[in-house]
Ligand binder design. Structure first.
Ligand code: MRU
Length: 351
């Protein structure tokens, strides 16, 4: 796939001694880049969705972890590792649902343990190298997801997507959007329906921006429009990403994904979830145990800074929902399509 300007977006970049992120809270109005030089700023950037999307959160956390450990004293491994655990625990509190955050930190801690006989200064260099590897691997993985997923897209296809799963949400290309970018690049006649994705509008602010940059035909819809489009036969497939997939195939993704999956099922439309293996959590048997992040009232009591609900209105604002695996047609991964029974087929994938 050619590296056109749309897919070449780097939402995260390591620059010599700090991280530069494209602050997604300003999009689509302004392209603002912020330099992050300490773990506290990285925690804030993840929490406030300046950097967001499961794989991107994992990458950002990996660099944030390095920023958090790089100044630690280098006299004893034992006390160094106690602090390392503290930094990882702190970063984990930024956002609970995307397993990629936990996965990346776990990988870095395991790497540190594997090198515990080395000088701590050297271990720190290895941590930075591993964070860069996680970042590079994600770019390759997402490209592969696009190459695998494009096989499922018809020559002429209307695709419905939710939230943002593009280059902004990953190292590059994206997950569900990688499939869309690849289908367009292959000359398939695709049209994308973009759910605006209440309340933070990742669909209208970010996905529409990425698809416009790539000149991919699309229309923005309100979340509640999806049902009538599907019923009248205007959607050939639903394609989304995920923040965490349990071992049985239950999917946690942006709030509003579950109703889409039910609608797709009811209307005999395939519902595909595009994920890197790092999003599959084999430690959780099913989706009931996936921690679901609840966010602040003002995300729904305000719109663009104006109050849209009476003062002190109480809210329930979960950022994600869980789609039972029975509604998922298949998972598009870097190792190919995974079909039911998911439990068994995931096991094979991780062998
Ligand atoms: O709250 P967000 O914007 O981080 O939520 C992101 C999503 O729900 C995406 O669909 C998911 O992380 C997959 S990103 C490739």
């Amino acid at each position: 796939m050619s590296n056109n300007t749309a897919t070449a977006i780097q939402s995260i970049e390591w620059r010599e001694d700090h991280v530069r992120i494209l602050d997604q809270t300003y999009l689509p109005g302004r392209e603002v880049y912020s330099d992050i030089r300490d773990v506290g700023r990285m925690w804030e950037a993840i929490k406030k969705l300046r950097v967001r999307g499961a794989p991107a959160i994992g990458i950002a956390a990996a660099y944030g972890f390095y920023l958090g450990i790089k100044e630690l004293p280098e006299n004893s491994f034992q006390s160094f590792f106690i602090e390392v655990e503290r930094v990882a625990e702190y970063l984990e509190t930024a956002r609970p649902t995307a397993v990629n955050l936990h996965w990346a930190l776990d990988r870095l801690k395991t790497t540190i343990q594997a090198h515990k006989d080395k000088d701590i200064a050297e271990i720190k260099d290895i941590v930075l190298k591993t964070a860069k590897t996680i970042h590079d691997e994600d770019k390759r993985t997402c490209k592969k997801i696009g190459e695998e997923g494009v096989k499922l897209v018809g020559k002429k296809s209307k695709i419905l997507t939710h939230c943002n799963t593009g280059s902004l949400a990953t190292g590059q290309y994206g997950t569900a959007l990688s499939v869309i970018f690849h289908a367009h690049e292959e000359g398939k006649d695709i049209h994308v329906w973009v759910d605006e994705t209440r309340p933070l509008l990742q669909g209208s602010r970010l996905t529409a921006w990425e698809l416009k940059n790539a000149e991919i035909p699309m229309k923005l819809i309100t979340d509640s429009t999806a049902g009538s489009l599907i019923r009248r036969g205007d959607v050939d497939m639903a394609l989304v990403g995920a923040d965490r997939v349990a071992a049985n195939g239950d999917v946690a993704n942006k709030i509003g994904t579950y109703p889409l999956a039910v609608l797709a099922h009811e209307n005999d439309i395939p519902f595909y979830v595009a994920v890197p293996l790092s999003t599959i959590d084999m430690e959780l048997d099913n989706g009931d145990d996936i921690p679901i992040e609840e966010r602040e009232d003002d995300e729904i009591t305000q719109f663009n800074g104006s109050e849209v609900a009476p003062k002190k209105t109480e809210t329930y604002n979960p950022a994600f929902d869980v789609t039972p695996h029975k509604y998922v047609t298949g998972f598009i991964t870097e190792k190919g399509l995974v079909e039911p029974p998911f439990n068994e087929n995931f096991e094979k994938l991780f062998e």
